[in-house]
Design a protein around this ligand. Structure first.
Ligand code: ADP
Length: 431
């Protein structure tokens, strides 16, 4: 349109110049036409230069104004630039989202080139392999993970199976499952998964099964030994007293097995549900029942002192708290020699929490054993515990009950001087 108009103007002025020449009989008309045509061309050139300069980076500058015939070109270019900018923004958003998603993956991902040089890794990989964002980027992974077994695995061309590796860093050992995956031609991804916790649980499970078998095998061996003696002895070889004695020993072993199985079932019940029931408990009354049991077990061999705060009640499971308190009291009775003192307190401690504590003047426990006392079947002196009818499960049960009541089991002890076992409840006492 612009060009048509310019052309028509040019024709008009050419006619005018011809008319001038014809009428005045000189060439000034043509001179004027040449001058104005030159002016128009310079102006157009100036507009074209403006557009050309803007077109070098149209996204970052405002489009030029008064560009004459270039106005449509500028508009088209501006429109195209906007579409491009939107496309770039969307692509960047998608790429950012993909990187964020890869960062959030619970598995480790390391992007490598064909020579195992590290191009990128996510946070999980950083933790699993202890990689450093600035130092290790661009390094060969095989210089960082040098176990011969891993190097051999990496040198293969296909990795249909993962490899299990133990990595020891800063004193702790991680169990990692790792697998390479080919992608984008000759690039590789290393996928890592931390199995430390699962392996630990598996070891605990194996130990537990071994412990249970061992604990049950001992009384079972004794029991079958006596049964064999009774079975093989000639009819009159054993006196009635001897037979009675054997039967009592067999009964004790059977009872022991029953106790172990009952306590294991208690533990498994406690593990099956996360939260204890919540009923209002008259704590002084509950402690009074535990007191009767403990004093009965002691049979007058110990000196008891009781400080029970009246009206200090809690919410929780009556049977579980009875079991936890009784465990602590029966341990104090069993591990305190005759004539010792046992002091029991139920009160609000200085930090404002209800606390049940049992302090004895018994055998005491060496410091290295204290952190392990609540492990299943852990005993300081296995023989002594057995002699005293212990199973090694009492404190494990007590700790579980404590956790289910939002309480902590605190233990302080000194060898040969005595111990203090406390349950400190985080929940506020009931008014
Ligand atoms: P056990 O059935 O053997 O008593 P527990 O789980 O109740 O099992 O206790 C674990 C171990 O902690 C006991 O074998 C004993 O060695 C030690 N222990 C518990 N309470 C006391 C205590 N009051 N004084 C000394 N040692 C204790």
């Amino acid at each position: 349109m612009q060009w048509h108009r310019t052309f028509l103007w040019f024709v008009f002025w050419a006619l005018m110049a011809s008319a001038w020449t014809f009428y005045f009989e000189n060439a000034w008309g043509w001179a004027l036409l040449a001058l104005s045509t030159g002016g128009v061309m310079t102006w157009r050139r100036y507009q074209a230069v403006k557009v050309a300069i803007w077109a070098k980076s149209p996204a970052s500058n405002l489009p030029p104004e008064n560009v004459g015939p270039w106005v449509n070109v500028v508009a088209e270019l501006k429109h195209f630039t906007n579409i491009q900018a939107q496309l770039v923004a969307t692509t960047k958003e998608t790429a950012d989202a993909i990187v964020l998603a890869a960062q959030a993956l619970p598995v480790g991902v390391v992007a490598l080139d064909h020579q195992f040089k590290i191009n990128w890794f996510n946070k999980s990989a950083q933790q699993h392999l202890n990689l450093n964002q600035t130092l290790d980027m661009g390094q060969s992974l095989l210089n960082l993970l040098r176990q011969p077994e891993f190097i051999q695995y990496a040198r293969r061309t296909q990795w249909p199976e993962p490899i299990l590796q133990k990595l020891t860093q800063d004193g702790s050992t991680k169990h990692l499952v790792m697998q390479f995956v080919n992608y984008a031609g000759n690039q590789r991804l290393l996928i890592t998964r931390d199995m430390t916790q699962i392996d630990r649980l598996e070891t605990m499970r194996r130990d537990f099964v071994a412990n249970v078998s061992h604990e049950l095998r001992t009384p079972l061996t004794v029991l079958s030994g006596f049964l064999e003696t009774l079975k093989d002895a000639p009819p009159d070889a054993l006196s009635t007293e001897q037979k009675q004695h054997y039967i009592t020993l067999m009964y004790n072993q059977a009872h022991r097995m029953q106790t172990i199985v009952a306590e294991l079932l208690t533990l498994s019940d406690l593990e099956a549900s996360a939260q204890a029931e919540r009923v209002d408990i008259d704590m002084p009354k509950l402690i009074d029942v535990a007191r009767q049991q403990a004093e009965g077990l002691s049979a007058g061999k110990h000196h008891f002192v009781w400080h029970v705060k009246p009206n200090l009640h809690l919410q929780g499971s009556h049977s579980e708290l009875t079991s936890a308190f009784s465990n602590l009291l029966s341990n104090a009775v069993r591990y305190t020699p005759e004539g010792g003192n046992i002091e029991v307190e139920w009160a609000i401690d200085p930090s404002g929490h209800p606390r049940f504590s049992v302090t004895d003047t018994g055998l005491g426990i060496a410091p290295e054993h204290i952190p392990r006392l609540s492990e299943r079947f852990y005993r300081v002196d296995r023989g002594r515990s057995r002699e005293l009818g212990g199973t090694g499960l009492g404190l494990a049960i007590t700790k579980h009950i404590a956790m289910r009541h939002n309480a902590k089991l605190e233990i302080s002890s000194e060898l040969s001087l005595g111990s203090c076992f406390s349950l400190v409840f985080e929940t506020s006492p009931m008014a």
